[in-house]
Write a protein that binds this ligand. Structure first.
Ligand SMILES: Nc1ncnc2c1ncn2[C@@H]1O[C@H](COP(=O)(O)OP(=O)(O)O)[C@@H](O)[C@H]1O
Ligand SMILES: Nc1ncnc2c1ncn2[C@H]1C[C@H](O)[C@@H](COP(=O)(O)O)O1
Length: 204
């Protein structure tokens, strides 16, 4: 079984991935953030570092895809490789922070990798509006993320909405998280578990 949690920066993916992995006793795969050699530089100068960061995330995410294929374990994954290409790289190209030449180069490598990628058995989209994302990013307190603009988050949210509305690769569960506090309220976490189990009925 492979479940992936998707959503904008600050939506709660890492928190929910951690809680689900603990609850079900599954392995968790997290994003390469704390040891990422480009992320801090990227936020200081997006135009300069966008290509290097995208290649780094693509490689790191592909390593996870390979592990999921080879391990045969139940895995819950914090963000997918699709988001790197269809959300982040595309948005940087739209914002002219990633040149057409670099974007086309990136997309051609992504296209090769995509044939090895299997969609998760269930994709859980954590939907959140921009003011709530800002609050949660602030609460998390990574210094280099203080420069993230409302415009950047809004554009990413638009990309997410479009991508999710067209997602047909597998089962999809959309959870509106703005009125849920699954960290502090066990009943809210229980509500999410019920939804997941209804979607995966028969696979558990
Ligand atoms: N539903 C929620 N209710 C309250 N706090 C939340 C919720 N989801 C996430 N948080 C908090 O918001 C911050 C960002 O969450 P995180 O899981 O790191 O988001 P993401 O991985 O999507 O970027 C963390 O401090 C987390 O504890
Ligand atoms: N592909 C990406 N391009 C740019 N930035 C990215 C990409 N993938 C993740 N990120 C950033 C966004 C956040 O600052 C950190 C961690 O993501 P999060 O949504 O908070 O788990 O990496």
């Amino acid at each position: 079984m492979h479940i992936a949690v998707t959503g904008n920066i600050g939506a709660g993916k890492t928190t929910l991935t951690t809680m689900l992995a603990k609850h079900y006793g599954w392995d968790a795969q997290f994003e390469d953030v704390d040891h990422n050699p480009y992320l801090e530089d990227f936020y200081a100068d997006m135009s300069k570092w966008s290509f290097a960061l995208q290649i780094y995330f693509l490689g790191s995410r592909f390593r996870q895809v390979k592990e999921i294929r080879e391990s045969g374990k139940n895995i819950i994954q914090d963000r997918t490789i699709y988001e790197d290409a269809h959300i982040f790289a595309e948005n940087l190209n739209d914002m002219k922070l990633l040149s057409d030449r670099d974007f086309n180069n990136y997309i051609s490598v992504f296209g090769l990798m995509k044939s090895f990628v299997s969609a998760p058995d269930l994709l859980i989209y954590l939907k959140s509006d921009v003011p709530n994302l800002v609050k949660k990013i602030y609460k998390r307190g990574r210094e280099y993320e203080a420069s993230i603009s409302i415009e950047y988050l809004s554009k990413l949210n638009q990309k997410y909405e479009k991508w999710i509305s067209e997602y047909t690769e597998g089962k999809l569960l959309v959870i509106e998280v703005d009125d849920l506090d699954f960290v502090e309220k066990p009943e809210d976490f229980g509500f999410i578990l019920e939804k997941i189990e209804a979607e995966l009925n028969g696979l558990f």
